[in-house]
Design a protein around this ligand. Structure first.
Ligand code: ASP
Ligand code: MG
Length: 407
């Protein structure tokens, strides 16, 4: 008998039929003799709708009240689902974040889980009840409701799995698992049987949108066995874990596309010490996160630095640079927010020039120009024109997955 945490996303609980379907999955697991804690998201677009409602009333609503409002979405899901489970003849109980002992810091709308007091959940499990917990929410030291940031229910589930020492954390969603690329837009995308935490982290942060980034970080830290699977198909999903079978070989696990990118180019900077320091401390002061950074070779006392930021930060980053043009000694500031980042991710590609080369060749064959390149232990990323993004993903995916067939 195992303890299993199951998480169901908004699309999995979108209406009455889907809630009944979730109740069926939960009770089937329970019937096999397992203890089940299920974490639910708000139904369908509920969270977006609530945000819209708030906007109509006060576009500058305080974050505390936003959290109070948004936390209701998940409460609707858990109570309805318990009703469905009870109707099927099983005993279940729904718990809000605070009832479930989810203690967070006080950063409303982006709270971090500090600790989970599991006594209440444990007590209910001891009574042989199925426990449903509202995802995405917690409580801070002022006894106020907090939320964990958009998509936070994954993190709630993984945190609970870690705190309860669960044997498995299953993340149910509307796709069959983690794919080599977005199956909705990329021909030939295949489901992966398994993937490492590190690869998953890269894919999640690169816009693969299967799992919330923080949840994967947490799963890695606490060694939580994760499985991503569909609540509709009944097919086996993707295991996310520390080591996978093909680890030793160089391989590519997936191709990701991220359109949430803007590039700032600082042209004609003075080639002297302290310039990079100045630029990036200005951005840090504004809380603007930087991703890829590129500096050209200095020539005739002048050099260029370009960097990428999230698209929403693009305008602000440009303004900050413009305002400080004198200080950083820069001729012109250029913003391009019509770009996308395409990345290949895979363990063991660190020192393998051949992998990067293959990617560049695929892009060349498709006639796509590369604006910027960056590499790390487990990924190679390029910036391309946004209009070329989908074609770029397809070309790169074809190149790797036709040949290796390693998905
Ligand atoms: N309902 C919240 C959201 O839409 C949390 C979640 O779905 O994980 O962001
Ligand atoms: Mg949602």
């Amino acid at each position: 008998m195992a303890l299993i945490v199951q998480k169901f996303g908004g699309s999995s609980v979108a209406d009455a039929d889907k809630i009944r379907n979730v109740a069926r999955i939960i009770t089937e697991t329970y019937r096999k003799g397992h203890s089940v804690v299920a974490v639910l998201s708000a139904q369908g677009d509920t969270t977006d709708d609530l945000i819209e409602k708030a906007r109509e009333i006060n576009p500058k609503a305080s974050k505390r009240e936003m959290d109070m409002l948004l936390s209701t979405g998940e409460q609707i899901s858990i109570s309805l689902c318990v009703m469905a489970i009870e109707r099927m003849g099983y005993q279940a109980i729904s718990l809000t974040g605070w009832q479930a002992g989810m203690l967070t810091d006080s950063a409303y709308s982006a709270a971090r889980i500090k600790r989970i007091r599991t006594e209440r959940i444990q007590k209910e499990l001891d009574k042989k009840k199925i426990v449903l917990v509202a995802g995405f929410q917690g409580i801070n030291k002022y006894d106020d409701v907090t939320t964990l940031g958009r998509g936070g229910s994954d993190t709630s589930a993984v945190a609970l799995a870690a705190a309860l020492h669960a044997d498995l954390c299953q993340i149910y969603t509307d796709v069959d698992g983690v794919y080599t690329a977005d199956p909705r837009t990329v021909r030939g995308a295949r489901k992966l049987d398994e993937i490492t935490y590190d690869e998953m982290l890269e894919l999640a942060s690169l816009g693969a949108q299967v799992l919330h980034n923080r949840s994967v970080e947490m799963a890695k830290r606490y060694n939580v066995n994760l499985e991503v699977l569909s609540s509709f198909s009944g097919n086996p999903g993707t295991q996310v874990k520390e080591v996978v079978k093909h680890m030793e070989k160089t391989h590519v696990s997936g191709v990701a596309k991220d359109k949430n990118v803007a590039r700032i180019a600082l042209v004609g900077l003075e080639d002297r010490p302290g310039i990079a320091f100045k630029i990036f401390s200005l951005l840090a002061k504004e809380n603007i996160n930087v991703d890829i950074i590129l500096q050209s070779i200095g020539r005739d006392g002048s050099k260029d630095i370009s960097f990428t930021v999230a698209r929403d930060d693009g305008q602000r980053a440009r303004e900050v640079m413009e305002e400080n043009r004198e200080v950083i000694g820069c001729r012109s500031v250029e913003l391009n927010d019509q770009i996308a980042k395409i990345s290949i991710v895979g363990a063991g590609m660190a020192h393998n020039a051949g992998v990067a080369c293959k990617m560049f060749e695929a892009l060349y064959s498709a006639g796509i120009n590369i604006n910027m390149i960056s590499t790390s232990e487990i990924k190679v990323s390029v910036l391309v024109d946004e209009r070329d993004a989908d074609r770029a993903v397809q070309a790169v995916h074809d190149r790797f997955f036709d040949e290796f067939g390693n998905a």
